[in-house]
Design a protein around this ligand. Structure first.
Ligand code: 3UK
Length: 525
């Protein structure tokens, strides 16, 4: 076991509401006029943020949403997202930010599973989200709140803010109350509502944001990773808000061009991305010193392993380091990371002080130095558990320790080296892909009999889905079919999940019980 037992921050034993600490404290400490959030259309000072959070908290109370219930957020990254998120927390209602790239069926599952009483939807997403939420609202009580645009006959976010008072008492919560949920996906079964506590955001902000990244009031952060991911939530809300810094929000898709444009316009000091984005930006002709910012001091990478080559080239071209660290929805943010000034590209670095790490074998024993084991983590920001998934909670959260499902090895240099997942899951652009869901999408296509999917490295060392398909009799395997299959998966499972390679087989390797042996396909590959 490595790491420290240091206790950096003990939340109060009595009343503690995260919104007071993250939002209102900035006002109390004299930062009312300080910019908290900036998006392409508008900005919010800490004073305005505090007032609007109060208005939204009051709106939820007026709508009759009880404390300890949930509100789903299907929102683009604009200044209204922090208002909805922290306003709900202030009212003691748990916001559940959902990935805006999901399919309607996935949103339906999460709204139903969480038993959300209300949902806030960005107007720009309503065309896709509307049918699902209207269908649910026809069956049971669900307040549908539309943010920024035509209200489609539903509640309007802006109107709710205007109609409610800018003063609100915080719900009487404790540090150990559930504050918000995030959905975590797994290789099998349904996504898991992961319950985080009021103290957890501040723990991650202090341990990783402040102590490792050195976040201070003078920082301006831009996270291309969105607020609905735990990674983006920490980068662009908890970390800057914990010190009264400023976050730049971008509602659109993070392409190299849109990201560089945003960097040029706002000159962030810290930039947070995922490996595929760093690779794409390096391949973009507009990539220059600071990636467009005149004062970039640091970048961070997470979500999947940052290939050594991409880290080195980023440092060379941007003129500053990229800090790769591993985090998870279950631990809320990064727990093993590189350190500014001591980066070892190709590794995840060492445990973040405040977290303990150990590598264990299948029987739970520590592995010998240099051997591969499952990474198990202890730290104050671990989730309380999964909602209505007792068996999975028991397996993942064992006493003080959280089982990551990641294989690691500690090098001679003391750094942690990523060695893959203990299951078949992999990450594309930092977002989980379960082979099972891509396979499930493929077999719904009329040409496909059976399918198996693995993660495979492309020429940049980044993992993308590769599909093996068994076709139905009489179907011709031509380029047209491959294009059709890709489009089919995009529509069924999510844009980033489509197979970049498709190989036709006459059969697939299987166990006696008929489970596809993906490891055999990986070995062949
Ligand atoms: C993988 C990495 C190698 C790993 C996350 C930063 O990604 C986040 O959370 P998720 O729940 O996924 C967790 C899993 O993703 N992973 C993440 N970072 C790395 N693998 N190197 C890395 N640097 O399999 C892990 O178990 O989506 C990342 C902060 C908060 C997060 N939730």
């Amino acid at each position: 076991m490595t790491g420290t037992q240091a206790q950096f921050w003990t939340p109060p034993a009595g009343a503690y509401n995260a919104a007071i600490d993250m939002v209102d404290r900035n006002v109390r400490e004299g930062r009312s006029e300080k910019l908290a959030f900036v998006d392409p259309a508008a900005s919010l000072t800490y004073g305005q943020l505090s007032e609007r959070c109060n208005r939204f908290a009051n709106a939820l109370r007026r709508l009759g949403v009880p404390t300890e219930h949930r509100i789903a957020l299907i929102m683009l990254d604009t200044i209204d997202m922090p208002v909805a998120f922290w306003g709900a927390i202030k009212a003691g209602v748990a916001p559940v930010p959902l990935n805006t790239l999901l399919t309607p069926e996935q949103w339906r599952f999460m709204i139903e599973d969480s038993r959300a009483d209300a949902v806030v939807v960005s107007a720009d997403l309503y065309e896709r989200v509307g049918p699902v939420v209207e269908e649910i609202a026809a069956q049971r009580s669900l307040h549908v709140i539309i943010n920024g645009g035509a209200d489609h006959g539903q509640l309007s976010f802006d109107r709710l803010l205007a109609e409610n008072s800018p003063d609100a008492e915080a719900a009487d919560t404790r540090a150990d109350d559930v504050a918000f949920w995030l959905y975590s996906s797994g290789s099998t079964g349904a996504p898991k509502g992961t319950k985080h506590l009021h103290a957890s955001a501040m723990h991650t902000a202090k341990l990783f944001g402040q102590e490792v990244l050195g976040f201070s009031e003078d920082d301006v952060v831009f996270s291309a990773a969105k607020l609905f991911f735990a990674y983006g939530l920490g980068n662009a809300m908890s970390f800057p808000m914990s010190v009264g810094a400023t976050a730049i929000l971008m509602p659109g898709r993070p392409t190299p061009d849109s990201v560089i444009e945003t960097m040029r316009r706002h000159n962030p000091t810290i930039f947070c991305g995922v490996p595929t984005l760093f690779a794409a930006m390096l391949a973009n002709p507009s990539m220059s010193h600071g990636a467009g910012s005149t004062r970039l001091r640091l970048s961070t990478s997470a979500g999947e392993a940052l290939p050594e080559e991409i880290g080195k080239r980023w440092q060379e071209k941007s003129g500053s380091e990229v800090i790769d660290g591993i985090g998870s929805t279950e631990m809320l943010h990064i727990f093993v990371s590189n350190r500014p000034g001591q980066v070892c590209y190709g590794s995840s670095g060492t445990p973040v002080p405040g977290y303990d790490a150990m590598l264990v074998d299948d029987s739970g024993q520590h592995v010998a130095q240099g051997e591969i084991g499952e990474l198990v983590i202890r730290g104050p920001s671990s989730a309380e558990g999964y909602w209505l998934q007792r068996e999975k909670s028991r397996r993942t959260f064992r006493g003080e320790w959280t089982y990551t499902g990641d294989k690691y090895r500690i090098g001679e240099d003391g750094n942690y080296y990523y060695c893959g997942r203990t299951d078949d899951m992999f990450k594309v652009s930092g977002i989980w892909v379960s082979p099972f869901e891509v396979e499930s999408a493929l077999v719904t296509h009329s040409a496909v009999l059976e399918a198996a999917v693995i993660g495979r490295e492309d020429q940049d060392g980044l993992v993308k889905p590769k599909a093996y398909v068994v076709l139905k009799p009489g179907v011709a395997a031509d380029a047209n079919l491959f294009e059709n299959l890709k489009e089919h998966v995009k529509a069924q499972a999510g844009a980033w999940k489509y197979p970049r390679w498709v190989e036709v087989r006459t059969d697939l390797p299987k166990t006696a019980t008929g489970k596809i042996q993906r490891f055999k396909l990986r070995e062949e590959d």
